[in-house]
Design a protein around this ligand. Structure first.
Ligand SMILES: [Zn+2]
Ligand SMILES: [Zn+2]
Length: 295
Protein backbone atom coordinates (compact mmCIF):
# COMPACT_ATOMS: atom_id res chain seq x y z
CA UNK A 1 0.00 0.00 0.00
CA UNK A 2 1.20 3.49 -0.84
CA UNK A 3 -0.42 6.62 0.54
CA UNK A 4 -0.05 10.00 -1.10
CA UNK A 5 -1.03 13.24 0.63
CA UNK A 6 -1.02 16.67 -0.95
CA UNK A 7 0.30 19.44 1.31
CA UNK A 8 0.84 22.07 -1.39
CA UNK A 9 -0.58 22.05 -4.91
CA UNK A 10 -0.01 25.62 -6.10
CA UNK A 11 2.60 26.68 -8.63
CA UNK A 12 4.81 29.77 -8.71
CA UNK A 13 3.78 31.52 -5.48
CA UNK A 14 1.62 30.78 -2.45
CA UNK A 15 -1.91 31.98 -3.15
CA UNK A 16 -4.01 31.86 0.01
CA UNK A 17 -7.50 33.32 0.13
CA UNK A 18 -11.17 32.50 -0.17
CA UNK A 19 -10.99 31.75 -3.91
CA UNK A 20 -8.35 29.00 -3.47
CA UNK A 21 -9.75 27.31 -0.36
CA UNK A 22 -10.60 23.98 -1.99
CA UNK A 23 -7.52 23.29 -4.11
CA UNK A 24 -5.25 25.14 -1.70
CA UNK A 25 -2.83 28.04 -1.74
CA UNK A 26 0.42 26.44 -0.54
CA UNK A 27 3.17 25.72 -3.04
CA UNK A 28 4.37 22.26 -4.08
CA UNK A 29 4.73 19.54 -1.48
CA UNK A 30 3.52 15.94 -1.68
CA UNK A 31 4.04 13.21 0.91
CA UNK A 32 4.35 9.54 -0.01
CA UNK A 33 4.32 6.78 2.56
CA UNK A 34 5.07 3.20 1.73
CA UNK A 35 5.60 0.74 4.58
CA UNK A 36 7.68 2.71 7.06
CA UNK A 37 9.35 4.80 4.35
CA UNK A 38 8.65 8.50 4.23
CA UNK A 39 9.21 10.31 0.95
CA UNK A 40 8.43 13.95 0.21
CA UNK A 41 8.32 15.56 -3.20
CA UNK A 42 9.36 19.21 -3.08
CA UNK A 43 9.63 21.62 -0.20
CA UNK A 44 7.29 24.45 -1.17
CA UNK A 45 5.32 26.21 1.56
CA UNK A 46 3.13 23.11 2.00
CA UNK A 47 5.99 21.31 3.75
CA UNK A 48 5.51 23.44 6.86
CA UNK A 49 2.16 21.82 7.69
CA UNK A 50 3.56 18.38 6.84
CA UNK A 51 6.35 19.00 9.35
CA UNK A 52 3.86 19.97 12.05
CA UNK A 53 1.83 16.85 11.36
CA UNK A 54 4.94 14.60 11.56
CA UNK A 55 5.99 16.09 14.91
CA UNK A 56 2.50 15.51 16.27
CA UNK A 57 2.36 11.95 14.98
CA UNK A 58 5.88 10.77 15.86
CA UNK A 59 6.84 13.21 18.67
CA UNK A 60 10.50 12.49 19.54
CA UNK A 61 10.68 9.14 17.71
CA UNK A 62 13.62 9.35 15.24
CA UNK A 63 12.57 9.72 11.62
CA UNK A 64 14.38 9.32 8.31
CA UNK A 65 12.83 11.58 5.70
CA UNK A 66 13.74 11.53 2.01
CA UNK A 67 12.92 14.82 0.27
CA UNK A 68 13.14 14.75 -3.51
CA UNK A 69 13.36 18.27 -4.91
CA UNK A 70 12.32 18.73 -8.54
CA UNK A 71 14.30 21.96 -8.89
CA UNK A 72 15.29 24.95 -6.83
CA UNK A 73 12.81 27.61 -7.97
CA UNK A 74 11.28 29.27 -4.90
CA UNK A 75 7.95 27.48 -5.05
CA UNK A 76 9.77 24.14 -4.60
CA UNK A 77 12.22 24.95 -1.78
CA UNK A 78 10.88 27.95 0.11
CA UNK A 79 9.15 25.94 2.82
CA UNK A 80 12.22 23.99 3.87
CA UNK A 81 13.46 26.50 6.49
CA UNK A 82 10.04 26.09 8.17
CA UNK A 83 10.13 22.28 8.16
CA UNK A 84 10.46 21.71 11.90
CA UNK A 85 11.45 17.99 11.85
CA UNK A 86 14.70 19.11 10.16
CA UNK A 87 15.65 20.97 13.37
CA UNK A 88 15.34 17.85 15.56
CA UNK A 89 18.75 16.21 16.00
CA UNK A 90 17.24 12.72 16.26
CA UNK A 91 15.90 13.02 12.69
CA UNK A 92 17.79 12.39 9.47
CA UNK A 93 16.81 14.30 6.34
CA UNK A 94 18.12 13.33 2.92
CA UNK A 95 17.61 16.03 0.30
CA UNK A 96 17.92 14.93 -3.31
CA UNK A 97 17.77 17.12 -6.39
CA UNK A 98 19.40 18.06 -9.66
CA UNK A 99 22.91 19.44 -9.75
CA UNK A 100 22.81 23.21 -10.32
CA UNK A 101 24.01 24.75 -13.55
CA UNK A 102 26.90 26.65 -11.97
CA UNK A 103 26.54 25.87 -8.24
CA UNK A 104 26.14 22.66 -6.30
CA UNK A 105 22.69 21.76 -4.96
CA UNK A 106 24.11 22.04 -1.45
CA UNK A 107 25.26 25.59 -2.11
CA UNK A 108 21.92 26.65 -3.63
CA UNK A 109 20.03 25.34 -0.59
CA UNK A 110 22.47 27.09 1.75
CA UNK A 111 22.11 30.40 -0.10
CA UNK A 112 18.35 30.56 0.55
CA UNK A 113 19.19 30.35 4.27
CA UNK A 114 21.93 32.96 4.14
CA UNK A 115 21.49 35.47 6.98
CA UNK A 116 20.30 38.11 4.49
CA UNK A 117 17.25 35.95 3.78
CA UNK A 118 16.65 33.82 6.88
CA UNK A 119 17.85 33.93 10.50
CA UNK A 120 18.99 30.29 10.73
CA UNK A 121 21.60 28.69 8.48
CA UNK A 122 21.06 25.28 6.90
CA UNK A 123 24.03 23.97 8.89
CA UNK A 124 22.36 25.03 12.15
CA UNK A 125 19.39 22.71 11.61
CA UNK A 126 19.74 18.99 12.49
CA UNK A 127 23.34 17.78 12.04
CA UNK A 128 21.83 14.91 10.06
CA UNK A 129 20.85 16.72 6.88
CA UNK A 130 22.49 15.27 3.81
CA UNK A 131 22.29 16.75 0.32
CA UNK A 132 22.58 14.42 -2.67
CA UNK A 133 22.72 15.39 -6.33
CA UNK A 134 20.73 12.82 -8.30
CA UNK A 135 23.02 10.90 -10.61
CA UNK A 136 21.57 7.42 -10.45
CA UNK A 137 18.68 5.39 -9.14
CA UNK A 138 18.14 5.70 -5.37
CA UNK A 139 17.13 2.61 -3.40
CA UNK A 140 15.22 3.05 -0.15
CA UNK A 141 14.41 -0.38 1.28
CA UNK A 142 12.05 -2.00 -1.22
CA UNK A 143 11.53 1.28 -3.10
CA UNK A 144 13.45 2.52 -6.11
CA UNK A 145 13.45 6.14 -7.22
CA UNK A 146 14.37 6.96 -10.80
CA UNK A 147 14.70 10.45 -12.25
CA UNK A 148 14.14 12.10 -15.61
CA UNK A 149 15.23 15.55 -16.84
CA UNK A 150 12.32 17.84 -17.70
CA UNK A 151 12.09 20.77 -20.10
CA UNK A 152 12.11 23.85 -17.81
CA UNK A 153 14.28 26.98 -17.49
CA UNK A 154 16.24 25.35 -14.63
CA UNK A 155 17.70 21.92 -14.04
CA UNK A 156 14.47 20.10 -13.20
CA UNK A 157 13.77 16.46 -12.42
CA UNK A 158 10.76 14.19 -12.48
CA UNK A 159 10.76 11.22 -10.10
CA UNK A 160 9.29 7.76 -10.41
CA UNK A 161 8.91 5.72 -7.24
CA UNK A 162 8.23 2.00 -7.46
CA UNK A 163 7.89 -0.83 -4.99
CA UNK A 164 7.87 -3.34 -7.83
CA UNK A 165 4.05 -3.33 -8.04
CA UNK A 166 2.94 0.26 -7.60
CA UNK A 167 4.38 3.22 -9.49
CA UNK A 168 4.01 6.89 -8.79
CA UNK A 169 5.41 9.63 -10.98
CA UNK A 170 5.90 13.19 -9.76
CA UNK A 171 6.64 15.47 -12.72
CA UNK A 172 6.02 19.16 -12.42
CA UNK A 173 7.38 22.27 -14.13
CA UNK A 174 7.65 20.78 -17.55
CA UNK A 175 7.01 21.99 -21.07
CA UNK A 176 6.61 19.45 -23.83
CA UNK A 177 9.23 19.77 -26.52
CA UNK A 178 6.50 19.44 -29.11
CA UNK A 179 4.23 21.76 -27.16
CA UNK A 180 3.87 24.29 -29.90
CA UNK A 181 2.55 21.70 -32.29
CA UNK A 182 0.11 20.32 -29.73
CA UNK A 183 -1.11 23.81 -28.91
CA UNK A 184 -1.89 24.36 -32.57
CA UNK A 185 -3.64 20.96 -32.70
CA UNK A 186 -1.30 19.88 -35.45
CA UNK A 187 -0.66 16.23 -35.82
CA UNK A 188 2.67 15.13 -34.44
CA UNK A 189 4.28 12.59 -36.67
CA UNK A 190 6.43 10.02 -34.98
CA UNK A 191 9.50 11.22 -36.76
CA UNK A 192 13.02 10.84 -35.54
CA UNK A 193 13.51 14.52 -34.70
CA UNK A 194 14.97 15.19 -31.29
CA UNK A 195 12.07 17.02 -29.56
CA UNK A 196 9.70 14.21 -30.47
CA UNK A 197 12.22 11.68 -29.23
CA UNK A 198 12.49 13.46 -25.85
CA UNK A 199 8.72 13.67 -25.47
CA UNK A 200 8.49 9.97 -26.24
CA UNK A 201 11.12 9.29 -23.58
CA UNK A 202 8.98 11.21 -21.10
CA UNK A 203 5.93 9.12 -22.01
CA UNK A 204 8.08 6.03 -21.45
CA UNK A 205 9.02 7.37 -18.01
CA UNK A 206 5.29 7.75 -17.21
CA UNK A 207 4.37 4.39 -18.64
CA UNK A 208 1.65 2.49 -16.72
CA UNK A 209 1.96 4.70 -13.63
CA UNK A 210 -0.78 4.17 -11.06
CA UNK A 211 -0.62 7.85 -10.21
CA UNK A 212 0.91 10.66 -12.24
CA UNK A 213 1.15 13.94 -10.38
CA UNK A 214 1.70 16.28 -13.29
CA UNK A 215 1.61 19.96 -13.85
CA UNK A 216 -1.36 21.50 -15.56
CA UNK A 217 -0.49 25.13 -15.26
CA UNK A 218 -2.13 26.46 -18.41
CA UNK A 219 -5.13 25.93 -20.56
CA UNK A 220 -4.38 25.46 -24.22
CA UNK A 221 -5.41 29.10 -24.85
CA UNK A 222 -3.21 30.50 -22.06
CA UNK A 223 -0.27 28.46 -23.27
CA UNK A 224 -0.27 30.22 -26.64
CA UNK A 225 0.92 33.37 -24.82
CA UNK A 226 3.36 31.52 -22.59
CA UNK A 227 5.38 29.28 -24.82
CA UNK A 228 8.92 28.80 -23.60
CA UNK A 229 8.05 29.50 -19.94
CA UNK A 230 8.60 25.84 -19.04
CA UNK A 231 5.00 24.86 -18.34
CA UNK A 232 2.42 22.72 -20.08
CA UNK A 233 -0.91 23.23 -21.73
CA UNK A 234 -3.50 20.81 -20.37
CA UNK A 235 -3.94 19.16 -23.74
CA UNK A 236 -0.39 17.85 -23.99
CA UNK A 237 -0.22 16.64 -20.38
CA UNK A 238 -3.43 14.66 -20.84
CA UNK A 239 -2.20 13.33 -24.16
CA UNK A 240 1.00 12.07 -22.51
CA UNK A 241 -0.97 10.51 -19.65
CA UNK A 242 -3.20 8.68 -22.13
CA UNK A 243 -0.28 7.57 -24.31
CA UNK A 244 1.45 6.24 -21.20
CA UNK A 245 -1.76 4.47 -20.09
CA UNK A 246 -1.58 6.17 -16.69
CA UNK A 247 -4.31 5.06 -14.28
CA UNK A 248 -4.87 8.33 -12.47
CA UNK A 249 -3.63 11.78 -13.44
CA UNK A 250 -3.67 14.47 -10.75
CA UNK A 251 -3.61 18.01 -12.15
CA UNK A 252 -1.00 19.80 -10.06
CA UNK A 253 0.94 23.10 -9.79
CA UNK A 254 -2.19 25.21 -10.25
CA UNK A 255 -1.53 28.66 -11.65
CA UNK A 256 -1.88 31.48 -9.07
CA UNK A 257 -4.48 33.09 -11.35
CA UNK A 258 -6.68 29.99 -11.33
CA UNK A 259 -9.29 30.02 -8.59
CA UNK A 260 -11.16 26.90 -7.43
CA UNK A 261 -13.92 27.19 -10.03
CA UNK A 262 -11.39 27.60 -12.78
CA UNK A 263 -9.51 24.46 -11.70
CA UNK A 264 -12.85 22.58 -11.59
CA UNK A 265 -13.27 23.57 -15.23
CA UNK A 266 -9.80 22.33 -16.11
CA UNK A 267 -10.47 18.95 -14.48
CA UNK A 268 -13.66 18.65 -16.56
CA UNK A 269 -11.74 19.58 -19.68
CA UNK A 270 -9.06 16.99 -18.84
CA UNK A 271 -11.76 14.30 -18.62
CA UNK A 272 -13.15 15.31 -22.00
CA UNK A 273 -9.68 15.19 -23.51
CA UNK A 274 -9.15 11.66 -22.19
CA UNK A 275 -12.33 10.59 -23.99
CA UNK A 276 -11.25 12.44 -27.12
CA UNK A 277 -7.89 10.65 -27.08
CA UNK A 278 -9.59 7.29 -26.51
CA UNK A 279 -7.98 6.69 -23.11
CA UNK A 280 -9.13 5.40 -19.74
CA UNK A 281 -7.06 7.64 -17.45
CA UNK A 282 -8.98 9.04 -14.50
CA UNK A 283 -8.41 12.78 -13.95
CA UNK A 284 -8.56 14.55 -10.61
CA UNK A 285 -7.49 17.96 -9.37
CA UNK A 286 -4.77 17.81 -6.69
CA UNK A 287 -6.26 19.37 -3.57
CA UNK A 288 -4.41 20.38 -0.44
CA UNK A 289 -5.32 17.75 2.18
CA UNK A 290 -6.36 15.13 -0.37
CA UNK A 291 -5.17 11.61 0.40
CA UNK A 292 -4.93 8.86 -2.20
CA UNK A 293 -4.29 5.21 -1.40
CA UNK A 294 -2.78 2.91 -3.97
CA UNK A 295 -3.16 -0.73 -3.01
ZN1 LIG B 1 7.07 25.61 -9.92
ZN1 LIG C 1 10.01 26.16 -11.89
Amino acid sequence: MMTVRFWGTRGSIATPGPSTMRYGGNTSCVELRSGNHLIVFDAGTGIRELGNRLLKEFESQPLTIHVFISHTHWDHIQGFPFFLPAYEPQNTVHLYGPPGRDKSLDKILKIQMDSDYFPVELGAMSPNIFVHEMREEVVIGDLTVKHFYLNHPAMCLAYRVSDGHRNIVYATDNEPYQGTLFAQSQKVESSSDFPTYLDEKFVEFLSQADLYIGEAQYTTEEYREKRGWGHSPLESVVRFAVQANVKTFALFHHDPLHDDNFVDGMVQEAKQLVTLFGGKTECIGAQEGLEIQIS
